[in-house]
Design a protein around this ligand. Structure first.
Ligand code: NDP
Length: 448
């Protein structure tokens, strides 16, 4: 049977666009449907605008630190609308870049909401088109628990477009988005509290790092409220009152929920087409990104596995290679580095101390906790923590962790060494760059 397209991609986010462009470059006839913005979460309401806001929020401490270096800095004023306008301009530019990239690659962009009709048919704006393969790359969407007054809370989606900068903010959740936004609001001058239901945030990360970051955030006057949750939200005038599980009320101008994201699988015909979803609504795929319907594939957050942009793009490349590049490919999910753009940032690759102990038994742990050179003058009290985990039997470094300035920039390099199977002896044989924080990773001599 002749199909209209070789591949019909639904969702023009990081994963979908990569798969579409690369498949087209291999000669496939490709269409890609998008009903919202080009570039998906990362470009529009995720990584990119978030990092711009993180940059903005650093200036408050930069201005005060500058005084320690002899600069006479008058009290600076911050203008949120100017930041948001500039951010919006940059995002609009990136939307254009994505559109041009698709055009150059000869992938046909279809604006509108797509519906999967059957294993080989997609409908957009009432028009049905057939495709040999369909790729679902619709990403995820913030999920806010159903508590009384949830309509008064916002998610990260709205946080990027606030008309007014709030004076008092409560952030709910204890993972990437909550921690990053708590740092952003605090750095930009809001009185900020983070409410997390467990005893210590960032579950799943190395315990030393979690404790270190909690201490650093408290030094910056973010109020961390652990072992609590919000049971209801009431609005009186401009005030939002959040009732905590202990019965106490906290007041704020803004309550931001960062309590996870759900795969975007509702209302696009997947169940009717026979695509199997898991309990969370994620598309279940095999190691070739194939769903229970052999001609329908899925990559990225909609599969709810490793919800990171670079993973989605890597999956898009692997799929295109496999389907149209004549080279069956998959992504290696081991040792994926990650960074939380908190203040200071937290980044890691490989196993936590706890995981390494379970997996290898006999491990050596190296730690370095120090005042970074910059802060010897500022007196801010900020500390940097670095940690290496080594499997004693092979001497291989199996985990690297850091809380400190530019942790992501440093761990990215360490991740290459780990991917190459570097041993602790090879770390030790590497000459440091002096004076940097990163050199500590090659000068840790005594196990803790
Ligand atoms: P996560 O799914 O990572 O974490 C959700 C957080 O909310 C957890 O702390 C969880 O607590 C808490 N939570 C869940 N349900 C409730 C509830 N009903 N009441 C109170 N608390 C609740 O979500 P995020 O929203 O932070 O991030 C989504 C994904 O986006 C992440 O998995 C990450 O992969 C990606 N991301 C990556 C970034 C980066 O690379 N820098 C930045 C931002 C997002 P508990 O721990 O107890 O389950």
């Amino acid at each position: 049977m002749a199909f209209d397209y070789d591949l019909y991609v639904i969702g023009a986010g990081s994963g979908g666009v990569r798969a579409a462009r690369m498949s087209a470059s291999f000669g496939a006839r490709v269409a890609i449907a998008e009903d919202r913005y080009l570039g998906g979460t990362c470009v529009n309401v995720g990584c990119i605008p978030k990092k711009l806001l993180v940059y903005a929020s650093h200036y408050s401490s930069d201005f005060s630190d500058a005084r320690a270096f002899g600069w006479d800095v008058p009290d600076p004023a911050f203008h949120w609308p100017q930041l948001i306008d500039n951010k919006d301009r940059e995002i609009a530019r990136l939307n254009g870049v994505y559109e041009r990239m698709l055009g150059k690659a000869d992938a046909e962009l279809v604006r509108g909401r797509a519906n999967v009709i059957d294993a080989h048919t997609v409908e957009v704006n009432g028009k049905r088109r057939s495709a040999d393969r369909i790729l679902i790359a619709t990403g995820g969407w913030p999920s806010i628990p159903d508590i009384p007054g949830r309509e008064f809370a916002i998610s990260s989606n709205e946080a990027f477009f606030l008309k007014q900068f709030p004076k008092r903010v409560i952030v709910v959740g204890g993972s990437y988005i909550a921690v990053e936004f708590a740092g952003i609001f605090n750095g930009l001058g809001a009185e900020t509290a983070l409410v997390y239901r467990g005893p210590l945030f960032l579950r799943g990360f190395d315990r030393d790092l979690r404790e270190c970051l909690a201490e650093e955030m408290r030094k910056k006057e973010v109020e961390l409220i652990f072992n609590e949750n919000i049971t209801r939200i009431d609005k009186t005038g401009a005030d939002l009152a959040a009732t905590l599980s202990d019965g106490n009320a906290r007041y704020a101008d803004l309550i931001l929920y960062a309590t996870g994201r759900r795969p975007n699988t509702a209302g696009i015909g997947l169940e009717k087409a026979g695509v199997r979803l898991d309990d969370e609504g994620a598309i279940v795929v095999n190691d070739q990104y194939q769903s229970s319907v052999p001609s329908i594939f899925a990559i990225g957050d909609v599969t709810n596995r490793v919800n990171l942009t670079p993973v989605a793009t890597a999956e898009g490349s692997a799929l295109a290679q496999s389907l149209f590049g004549g080279q069956p490919s998959t992504v290696d999910y081991r040792d994926i580095p990650t960074c939380i753009f908190s203040q200071p940032s937290l980044s890691c690759v490989g196993l936590t101390e706890e995981e390494a102990r379970d997996q290898y038994g006999d491990i050596a742990v190296y730690k370095s906790n120090f005042t970074p050179l910059r802060h010897t003058l500022t007196g801010s009290g900020e500390r940097t923590l670095m940690k290496l985990i080594v499997d004693r039997a092979t001497d291989r470094v199996v985990g690297a962790h850091m809380v400190g300035a530019e942790a992501g920039e440093i761990i990215q390099g360490i991740a290459i060494a780990m991917k190459a199977g570097a041993t602790k002896a090879q770390f030790d044989a590497t000459i440091g760059i002096h004076p940097t924080a990163a050199e500590e990773f090659v000068t840790m001599r005594e196990p803790a």
